[in-house]
Design a protein around this ligand. Sequence first.
Ligand SMILES: [Zn+2]
Length: 331
Amino acid sequence: MIKLTYEQIAEKIKEKSGISQEELDQRVKEKMDHLSGLISKDGAAHIIANELGVNAFEEISGKIKLNKLLPGMRSVEVVGKIMALYDIREFTTQRGNGKVGSFFIADESGRSRITCWNSATDKMAGLKEGSIIKIKNGYAKENNGKVELHLNDNSEIEINPAGETVEVPDNMAVSDMQRKKIAELAESDFNVEILGTIVQVFDPRFFEVCPQCGKRARQREDKFHCDQHQEVQPEYSYVMNAIIDDGTETIRTVLFRQQAEKFIGKPREAMLQYREEKEKFEEVKTDLLGQMVKLGGRVNKNTMFDRLELMVNNVDTNPDPEAEIARLKTA
Ligand SMILES: [Zn+2]
């Protein structure tokens, strides 16, 4: 059910039926009295809308600006520019394995997180930060007090839709990540962004994963095993660390797979080559040192070393200096 406020429903009823606010309030009150407090004011307004033959939900599916999204809307169509794109994560619940991917889009009115579940994550192939996209058949849900658009198998993503332009205001935040100074980071931060200089880069570490589920594959004698898929021919995944300094403090950051690729600006093939030819990575390190980078993620306490680390889920190696200056001015 779409969560319209009383005012929104009332507006719709007045517009479609021509009754006055006073008359509507009166009918709502009677309905509530009649049902002896078993119904909310909004609920009563919905009933009256029905009695008057007013469909309070019409015209609110279909194409819509991001700031008009309401939880419960279905078959929503939006057009926006991708502001931030995150990795697809796999997870396991009692009902089995799942996948989820997300990104933020913005238009001139606002910004929303788009979440893709399971096979809908396939629709994220080819998306890039900065792309203009049209989404069809999304459904809006509330999450942590914010409205998100969720995509399932019936949803569609069109890249560079013909005839659509999007003007995102300069002061629109890229995501709902909170910008913090490194010295301000706390163990509980799960959606923060830092901006700093790369001061140290460590060699990537490689490990075997199951090609089907992406989970760690363990060696037993000369074969590799996945808990779920038994004996497998493993693929390689990787993780790398870098130290970032923003003038207040330094922090060790942890970059897995796609984030590591974005961080060094090289594809998976190059990464896999460094596994065999370690010395080639030295050049990469030298290039990275002193570079400015913007990293988003969650803070994790490494209990073994008693230090905070940033588990990175978004990398921007080319932060826009004008946007950063504007942010300092408004901070
Ligand atoms: Zn597996």
